[in-house]
Design a protein around this ligand. Structure first.
Ligand code: GCU
Length: 602
């Protein structure tokens, strides 16, 4: 990261502190590729206490209580009283969302306290970090009664240095998770997916040497297909540290040295077989420094635009995609296992996709790694969704922190080709300033991927559709969510509309679709039927073929029916958004086969 980037990141930390915990503070820089580190899983059954009034955090005058639940006082409950007891509280499997764990908690939005205990023996030459894959939404962490730190954001990893908190023998980890929606959060209190609360991804202790490889990036240098750019950031900001990089299959062995910021960089000539959906080639990469060593499997590819085309490895590609929420098929809860990732990705492959839009937030790390191995390109997005409070600095710091965590985690994944900074946000100067700053930061942090966002239409007339958005100047791909045939007219309108899009940039249709109840059949003019949804797909795809030949890709909304508390129509929606082309029970609707056939011809 260049000097400017560092100042920006310092600014984030300052905003965090200034905002008094509105976002995240005491966070340690994210340890990348934790699954290849020395780790101790803390997954399992944790005791939990549901605390809607946050009695465990505030006193009766709503002041933070220094003697809260996180102290986990052991009292004899005879002479002294305490009004909580983790020992006798129920248990819940972690990772997981509480909503689908217990009917009593299905619609619960508030605080739940969790406690996990673990035996540990500190090792003098190690540091130990506490890592969360994700926790929705505001997470406060205490270890052995001491505050470790806080993180805000429900879909990105975070970690704390707990070297000075762990002790020999039994340790008590207590976590306060609050999934209350807030207008000044990211996302806000208004979004069209289910507000699953809890520690929704893996929790682990990560043991690293005193000085370790914090993060690294090994990708083709922007604009080349034969120069690898290598960056390795050491945990210590110190010059002169040796870092050894080896890619055996490319006969690369090189030792580089860090600068005063602890960053070692080099460029190496190489002719790797390029990663692509047809040939998702990954190379074993080993990075060693001092007592630390990290292994990864990394693919190399180029991604760029040329006029209205997207070029993968220099060749024009049409992105045959589908949008996906991180919700398990059949069980319909927040995904927490690789198997559940695989079910959705296999459906995308069955559909004939070469790309998946992981909406509207970063999905778990395994989902991205699995998609990479399966040859699926990934659009990765932060939940800057709808009506964000653009003018608040701490909201920007929160969004920037989530963007930074998303890029930091997945910057070595060849299949991630787009960082998306927003979805369907209302136009305005404050919004343009907020988003263009995010776009600038993403480019500075990672110039090897494209920037986009899902925009909305603003039409010239009822039947001449266009996209006029200032943000088109700041993105590489103009992408639009359009719902002609559902929110805008009925299916017959699709035969009449035409588009006037005059950007010399690729255009993607990031969303289109309509709802259907699987198994509900009728005339194609009858909404909510499978026939209506199929007709909408048929006519939309025909519109693309006949009047939008320049479109570079599509990711219809959406692979699977998903829970949403906005969707209340009895006997039709029942708390689900029915735009899936597969039902929440795994039934393929007619539209699935329409899209599958169309992809075959692309
Ligand atoms: C919007 C939004 C989605 C939402 C969809 C719908 O485009 O991006 O999050 O679910 O429309 O209304 O179904």
């Amino acid at each position: 990261m260049n000097l400017k980037g560092k100042f920006l990141l310092l600014g984030i930390l300052f905003c965090n502190l200034w905002s008094f915990g509105q976002t995240s503070k005491e966070l340690a820089p994210l340890i990348q590729n934790v699954y290849d580190r020395q780790r101790i899983s803390l997954n399992g059954y944790w005791n939990y206490t549901v605390d809607p009034l946050e009695t465990g955090y505030y006193d009766y005058r709503r002041r933070p209580n220094p003697d809260g639940f996180f102290k986990d006082h052991q009292v004899d409950n005879i002479n002294t009283y305490k009004e909580y007891d983790f020992d006798t509280s129920p248990v819940m499997p972690i990772p997981g969302d509480w909503n689908t764990f217990s009917d009593n908690l299905f619609l619960y939005e508030g605080t739940v306290w969790f406690r996990q205990q673990f035996l540990y023996t500190p090792k003098s030459d190690n540091k130990v970090y506490l890592y969360f894959g994700a926790s929705n939404y505001e997470t406060r962490v205490y270890l052995n009664g001491e505050r470790v730190g806080m993180h805000e954001g429900g879909y990105t990893p975070f970690n704390f240095d707990v070297t000075d908190f762990v002790k020999s023998g039994n340790n008590k980890l207590i976590v306060k998770v609050d999934n209350k929606r807030r207008a000044d959060a990211v996302p806000t209190n208004n979004f069209d997916w289910f507000n699953y609360g809890g520690i929704t991804r893996d929790v682990m202790l990560v043991e690293v040497p005193q000085t370790f490889i914090q993060s690294y990036k090994v990708q083709l240098k922007k604009g080349t297909s034969n120069i690898l750019e290598v960056k390795a950031q050491m945990s210590e900001k110190m010059a002169g540290q040796s870092v050894y990089i080896e890619i055996p299959e490319l006969k690369i062995k090189q030792t580089i040295t860090t600068d005063a910021s602890g960053l070692a960089t080099t460029e190496v000539k190489a002719n790797p077989a390029l990663w692509s959906p047809q040939s998702p080639k990954l190379y074993a990469v080993k990075i060693v420094s001092g007592k630390d060593a990290v292994n990864d499997e990394i693919g190399f590819r180029t991604i760029e635009t040329r006029g209205r085309e997207i070029l993968l490895n220099g060749k024009s590609i049409f992105l045959k995609g589908i949008s996906i929420h991180e919700e398990a098929a059949f069980r319909n809860g927040r995904i927490f296992s690789e198997d559940e990732d695989l079910t959705l990705l296999n459906w995308a492959k069955e559909l004939g996709c070469n790309y998946v839009r992981l909406a509207h937030y970063p999905h778990n790390e395994q989902m991205v790694r699995l998609a990479e191995k399966m040859g699926l390109l990934v659009w990765s997005e932060i939940p800057v969704y709808w009506t964000i409070h653009w003018e608040k600095d701490y909201v920007y710091a929160n969004a920037l922190n989530q963007l930074d965590e998303m890029i930091e985690r997945d910057q070595n994944r060849a299949n991630v080709f787009v960082w998306s900074i927003a979805n369907e946000t209302p136009h305005g100067d404050a919004r343009d300033k907020f988003l263009s700053s995010l776009a600038k930061y993403a480019r500075e942090k990672d110039d090897t991927r494209l920037i986009s966002m899902a925009m909305e239409r603003n039409d010239k007339s009822k039947e001449v559709l266009s996209i006029k958005d200032n943000m088109s100047n700041y993105v590489d791909i103009v992408s639009v969510n359009q719902y002609v045939g559902w929110y805008d007219g009925t299916n017959e309108k699709l035969d009449r509309v035409r588009w006037e899009v005059d950007y010399d940039k690729p255009l993607m249709i990031s969303e289109f679709g309509g709802e259907a109840v699987a198994g509900y059949h009728g005339d194609a003019s009858q909404i909510w039927t499978e026939e209506y949804q199929a007709e909408l797909y048929r006519k939309t795809l025909n519109m693309v073929d006949e009047r939008m030949g320049y479109v570079a890709g599509i990711s219809p909304w959406i692979l699977k029916d998903f829970r949403s508390s906005r969707r209340l129509l009895p006997n039709i929606q029942d708390g689900f958004n029915r735009k899936g082309i597969i039902s929440d029970r795994g039934d393929r609707k007619q539209a699935f086969f329409i899209l599958q056939e169309w992809f075959k011809k692309k």
